[in-house]
Structures are given as structure tokens and as C-alpha cells.
Design a binder for this molecule. Structure first.
Ligand SMILES: C[S@@+](CC[C@H](N)C(=O)[O-])C[C@H]1O[C@@H](n2cnc3c(N)ncnc32)[C@H](O)[C@@H]1O
Length: 218
């Protein structure tokens, strides 16, 4: 049976094939650079032992596996995703980790897990939704963050599509979707300030096309 996609133009609602092979495809497409960039980004997150992390749109759990050594056995990580293929990989990866859990939970509709976290992390998910849906996702993020907790958004940075070198433009506009084109043109610090976030800190990677944006909930 064909799975219904809510946002047919989006590329974050992955096909089963892409979901099954996501990590390998990224590694190959980036000529091996994706993994070293991710390691740096996770270092820059400055996670501490005992932290509780919510990973919205967690995928296969590869990012989570890089975060776990920092938070240790007293920390925890909860991953949310809707893809059965991602769930399978995530559960297999963490079958022996009692401090890691997975929930099949849509993040684009309001939900409440009944607990708050030190960190809410979102990696390459937010750009793939229509802007009004991003508002719902950010409300979900905010609801699950402790006061003083940190939102960590790893995603495309802000840049002007028209000023990209031709090859980069061609790749971006062929690989990404219209929602991503909109995402890179927005001022995310201003948007998050408007939602009560403070103390922004950012790190740029991969020719400044990718950013880890950290913001504290006031
Ligand atoms: C581009 S992948 C990124 C995966 C992971 N965060 C990473 O950086 O490797 C996007 C992920 O978002 C998940 N996703 C898409 N729509 C979702 C939704 N409405 N609710 C929860 N997860 C969703 C997909 O299944 C996929 O695992």
C-alpha cells in the first residue's frame, strides 16, 4: 500500500528506500565529509553528562549515537520519527541502551509527551515543512523544553540563493524542495527571539551552507 505523504513537495517525508539507506546515501553524496562535519557539530553542542535530550525527527539514530557518549548513562535521549524504516534502524542501534527510547510521533501536529528536556535537537527536519507548519513544530519544541533549556537546530544556514555559485545553486535547487528555498531566506534568530528565545550561538559548516543554531528558552 502506498504511504500517504502530507506534504508532497517536501523531501523530509522520506521514501522507504531513502529511509532505509539514508546514512549510506549521505555518506556517499558528501564524499565522506558528512560524518566528520556531524562529529564537529555534536562537539559544538557542548552536551553535558546527565542531560536529557529530545531529538525531533531523529532518523536512524546516527546523530543520537554521537551524542550519547557526552550525556553518559545518567542522561537520556528520546527520538521521535514517523518512518517505520527509521524506527527499525533506531531500535536496532540502541537495543542495549536503556537510556534511549523511540516514539512514533508526528512532530507537525500539537502533542505533549508530559515531560520536559534540557535540549531539544532537530537536524535537517525543519526546512522541509511549509512555514505555517514550522510554527506548530516550534511550539512542540518549546513545550518540551525546560526553562533555561537549549534548542539546537542543525539545518541549512541563511543564504541568498541568487548569490550561490552556479554549481552549488544547481545542486541545491535539484536536491532540495521549495520549502528549503523559503527556509534559507528567513531570519531564524529574529523568529526565535519572537518566541522568547535568547542567547543565540551559531556554528557554520560545509562552506557555511549548514548551521548549528543554539538558543536558550528564557
Ligand atoms: C532528512 S531526515 C533527517 C534525519 C535525522 N534528523 C538526521 O539528521 O539524520 C528527516 C527525518 O524526519 C522524519 N520526519 C518527516 N516528517 C516527520 C513528521 N511529520 N514527524 C516526525 N518525523 C518526521 C523523517 O522520517 C526523517 O527521518
Amino acid at each position: 500500500m502506498k504511504k500517504e505523504r502530507l506534504y508532497p513537495e517536501s523531501k523530509v517525508e522520506l521514501t522507504p528506500f531513502v529511509a532505509r539507506n539514508y546514512d549510506v546515501l549521505l555518506k556517499a553524496a558528501s564524499l565522506g565529509r558528512y560524518r566528520s562535519f556531524l562529529k564537529r557539530a555534536v562537539e559544538d553542542m557542548e552536551l553535558k553528562p546527565g542531560m536529557h535530550i529530545l531529538d525531533m525527527g531523529c532518523g536512524s539514530g546516527y546523530n543520537a549515537s554521537l551524542m550519547l557518549p557526552y550525556i553518559g548513562d545518567h542522561g537520556s535521549l528520546t527520538g521521535l520519527d514517523i518512518s517505520p524504516e527509521m524506527e527499525k534502524q533506531f531500535r536496532k542501534r540502541f537495543q542495549n541502551s536503556s537510556n534511549v527510547s523511540f516514539l512514533n510521533q508526528r512532530i507537525d501536529i500539537p502533542f505533549d509527551l508530559g515531560q520536559t528536556f534540557d535540549v531539544v535537537f532537530m537536524s535537517f527536519v525543519l526546512h522541509g515543512f511549509p512555514h505555517q507548519v514550522r510554527d506548530v513544530i516550534l511550539e512542540n519544541m518549546n513545550r518540551h523544553l525546560k526553562p533555561g533549556g537549549t534548542f539546537m537546530l542543525l539545518d541549512f544556514a541563511e543564504f541568498d540563493l541568487k548569490r550561490m555559485p552556479r554549481l552549488h545553486y544547481w545542486v541545491f535547487t535539484h536536491v532540495e524542495c521549495v520549502y528549503a528555498f523559503d527556509f534559507v531566506g528567513r531570519d531564524w534568530k529574529a523568529l526565535l527571539s519572537g518566541k522568547g528565545f535568547i542567547h543565540f550561538n551559531e556554528f557554520l559548516y560545509l562552506k557555511n551552507y549548514v548551521r548549528l543554531l543554539k538558543a536558550k528558552k528564557s
